[in-house]
Design a protein around this ligand. Sequence first.
Ligand SMILES: [Zn+2]
Ligand SMILES: [Zn+2]
Length: 414
Amino acid sequence: MIMDCEKYVGKCVCGREHTLETKKVVVEAGAIANFEQYMADVGLADKKRVVVYDSMIYALTEGKHVKADQEIVLEAKGLRAEDTVIEEMMEKLENPEVIVAYGAGTIMDFGRYPAFKLGIPFVAVPTLASSDGFTANICSAILNGQKKSTAMCAPVLVVTDLDIIKGAPARLVSSGINDILSKYISITDWKISKIVANEYYCPMVSDLAKEALDIMREAADKYAATGVADHEAMTMAQMKSGLTMQLLNHSRAASGAEHLMAHLVEMQPPRFEGAEGIHGECVGVGTYACIKKYHELAALPTPKAKAFEPLSDEWITEKFGERLAAGIIKENSADVLGTFDPQSIVDHWDEIKALIDAIPSAEEMEALYKGCNCKYLPEHVGIKPELAEEMLCISAAIRNRLTLIRMLRVLDFE
Ligand SMILES: [Zn+2]
Ligand SMILES: [Zn+2]
């Protein structure tokens, strides 16, 4: 399948003019054989080209490498996407006009970061599709010693060869399913925030995220029933979800309360020291916890509004420890909860309940997760089960973004 990205670009009903750096996304068996044609289609065929691999992918994809003016093969063992390491590689570059990053997530930042710094285009050849970062414009490398998602640039062209992707280990297939099923929550959080706080909302981008979700849901049902992964559908779902981040220039459609669980696991605040898991797995735990919680809330009588109170430094320090407290305090210094009247949530409670009703039940999701071997319970990622309730309100403090979990601070359910 080839996705022409032009249809998402231009003046939109939301009032904004959307742009995309990504011109073309190819997800096909044998796609690598036509790589030169795709490069020509986006006007990059004649540009001086460096192709970056890691040593493991280089060996695994022998016979499927692409033409290069310069080839860089990085030692796979211990390879980290960190600015210092990437800049070391950049010293070896022989004035390329385009960078091709060939590999998994880590290698993408070895294409994205130099392309951004040098102001040249980059092309992605993903060898895995276990998350939706490939078509996004987000760099997740460690910058100045900190792991933080930073907007940089997106690939002009993405060429995914299903013959390579289909070799992905089952764990990564499950993780990829989880990363997209999270849209049940992220889209709902966005819609609720639009209703109660008049946050910017784009129906076209929201629909694109929903399309990614629907494609993945169908593939996940099939995977649970037959054990056969439809890599084409699953990869397309990841690509569409990634595009929503580029179209909005932020991750609102793709990441809500549930994605903060991945950050929580990465940060390892006190009591969460044993937490670990790959991105989609942590997101799956967040998604399931939110789905359960949202349905529980919808079953309660309409809540009353409570006055907004900022998170206290004491609470933050207790939950996050000295090491992380300063960053979290700063993140919450202009709390989005303080920007609208909490009564607005109460006034729109029936609409919120209707949005939650459209999310599958916790039972349905549990059966699906089990069928797809997905992680979905706290203990699956090393979080103690007794922290299941608290992990939601702690993770909600990690990012100053409006979610239904964050709104609980101004609601009283008696
Ligand atoms: Zn729009
Ligand atoms: Zn994700």
